[in-house]
Design a protein around this ligand. Structure first.
Ligand code: ATP
Ligand code: MG
Length: 507
């Protein structure tokens, strides 16, 4: 047996006595296995039925080439990471016929999880061989009194020939898989500066008074977002590529970070997209309100207190940059290097800070891309510019399915879709109307009325425009006419003056 984790020291002589007995047993079993021919074993099995089959099965399997690794809960004074990883990983392998399970939920977990109960076994497959996990719990002997901790460990049994693969590949695979599951299960956090709650998180990085956090219980996911399907696909691919390219970023000497600029009218889903990204990657979100900051130094301090695998969000960057163009305040006597400026922010994000952490995403949002400082739009600054526009037909399909659970309505869908092509309507407006009635048909009628109203408004605006165009044409014509009249009159005057002069000359 191999012991991973804490090795309890026992008296050497007891151990060696045990070892020699065990060795003799092994030798005896091995000889027995070799000398008892297969037909005799089969004869025994068929003749003495289940009892002997079980007995001999156990006996002969024990002599087979199996090895057992013990994965203790503790590794010295600390927890054994392999034990923790195995516990998480094995939850996904629980056999449906298992009769006893344990149920768990910690504060950091989103959902309830099940794990193996005492003495339960789980069979796993790796590459092309089988492994057996058994959970062992040794409860304290109450009669002995005094403090005795309970002892928990897993026994992992497999064929000896696979020992190297298990140690070098299977156990690292379990560590990686458990991390993936843990990330998947942990609640995504939303950090803001004005949140009164502390994270209660001991992962470090959150200086007291710097960021408070709550769970980001935003239910939005990519499939619920109404947006251009190609754009959605390209965003998901971009995120996937980003997270799997750690080595690539290292190789090309770039900080492992990515920047997105989301722009579009209010209510088109910029904030929803950020939440969908966070839920997809299971990254925490740091929502930074620049108006609450007064200097580049403060910004630096704040940003240094953010964790890896996170999204830093600065919404309405056009407003923030205007507000903090503090160089424009002539009466301010702060040295310009300490004031908060957009260039300070960009330099920090692009500069050394970006190399301090891993898997960082920065997202800026704006309703007015055209108002942005060109420094922000410079190629290479934000890796992807994402336009969130008015609702399209595909977007409506997503919303209708999401809010009403329907894919079609023979009468209302065609009319609604026809109007969606003609008018500008945000997904937020549509969502609001789709939610107004539980009855799908009534909700769709509401949407149709809204769209008709929008179309009417559009027509009125168009007519007004046309009229104002006509007016300006009329005005233009009038101006031309009056100018011509004036010219004519001037010409007339000139003619009459000249005629008068020539007349007088003649006279
Ligand atoms: N593209 C979308 N897909 C699905 N729902 C959407 C979409 N856009 C908006 N919504 C709905 O409208 C609400 C408001 O949208 P959201 O806050 O994401 O818009 P925004 O673009 O961030 O607006 P603002 O520019 O005002 O910040 C969302 O909670 C969601 O219910
Ligand atoms: Mg928003």
């Amino acid at each position: 047996m191999y012991y991973l984790g804490e090795m309890q020291s026992t008296a050497t002589n007891i151990f060696s006595a045990y070892a020699s007995v065990a060795a003799s047993m092994m030798l005896f079993r091995s000889i027995a296995n070799d000398i008892v021919p297969e037909p005799i074993k089969t004869f025994f099995y068929s003749t003495f039925g289940h009892f002997f089959k079980h007995l001999f099965g156990r006996f002969f399997s024990k002599i087979s080439n199996k090895i057992t690794i013990v994965v203790d809960e503790q590794s010295g004074m600390t927890r054994n990471q392999i034990y923790d990883a195995a516990e998480i990983y094995l939850r996904t392998k629980i056999n449906p016929n298992t009769e006893r399970l344990k149920v768990n939920k910690s504060q950091k977990q989103k959902n309830i999880s099940l794990s193996m109960a005492k003495e339960e076994e789980v069979i796993d497959c790796f590459q092309d061989f089988e492994l057996k996990w058994q959970f062992v719990l040794i409860e304290p002997d109450r009669e002995r009194g005094g403090y005795q901790p309970e002892k928990k460990y897993f026994e992992l049994t497999f064929e000896k020939s696979h020992k190297d693969i298990v140690v070098n590949e299977y156990l690292p695979f379990i560590l990686a898989k458990a991390k993936e599951i843990k990330d998947e299960e942990r609640a995504v956090k939303l950090y803001t500066r004005d949140c009164p709650y502390d994270s209660g998180d001991d992962e470090g990085g959150n200086g007291a008074g710097t960021w408070g956090c709550i769970n980001l219980d935003h239910p939005v996911t990519f499939d619920k977002l109404a947006m251009d399907p190609k754009l959605k696909k390209s965003i998901i691919e971009d995120l996937d590529r980003f997270v799997r390219r750690k080595d690539y970023y290292k190789k090309v000497g770039k900080a492992w970070k990515r920047g997105y600029l989301l722009y579009g009218p209010p209510g088109t889903g910029k904030s929803s997209l950020i939440a969908a990204m966070a839920n997809y990657l299971r990254f925490d979100v740091y929502d930074l309100e620049l108006t609450s900051l007064y200097s580049n130094q403060e910004l630096r301090r704040i940003l240094l207190c953010t964790n890896n695998r996170s999204i830093l969000v600065i919404e309405d960057i056009d407003c923030s940059s205007q507000m903090h163009n503090r160089d424009a305040e002539p009466e301010s006597d702060e040295p310009s290097s300490t004031k908060l400026t957009l260039s300070g922010l960009l330099n920090f994000i692009d500069g050394l800070w970006s190399t301090c952490g891993d898997e960082r995403i920065v997202i800026f949002t704006t309703n007015h891309k055209e108002k942005l400082d060109p420094a922000l739009l410079r190629p290479g600054r934000m890796d992807m510019h994402i336009h969130m526009g008015y609702c399209t037909i595909e977007g409506f399909d997503v919303l209708a399915y999401n809010y009403l659970g329907i894919n079609d309505h023979p009468r209302l869908f065609p009319e609604i879709k026809g109007l969606i092509k003609e008018v500008e309507i945000t997904p937020a407006e549509l969502a609001e109307y789709l939610m107004r009635n539980e009855d799908a048909e009534l909700a769709l009628e509401g949407v149709l009325d809204l769209l008709k109203q929008k179309k009417e408004e559009k027509c009125v605006v168009q007519e007004a425009k046309n009229e104002s165009n006509d007016d300006s044409k009329v005005e233009k014509n009038e101006v031309v006419e009056s100018e011509e009249k004036e010219k004519k009159s001037k010409f007339g005057k000139l003619v009459s003056t000249l005629t008068r002069r020539s007349k007088s000359k003649r006279d």
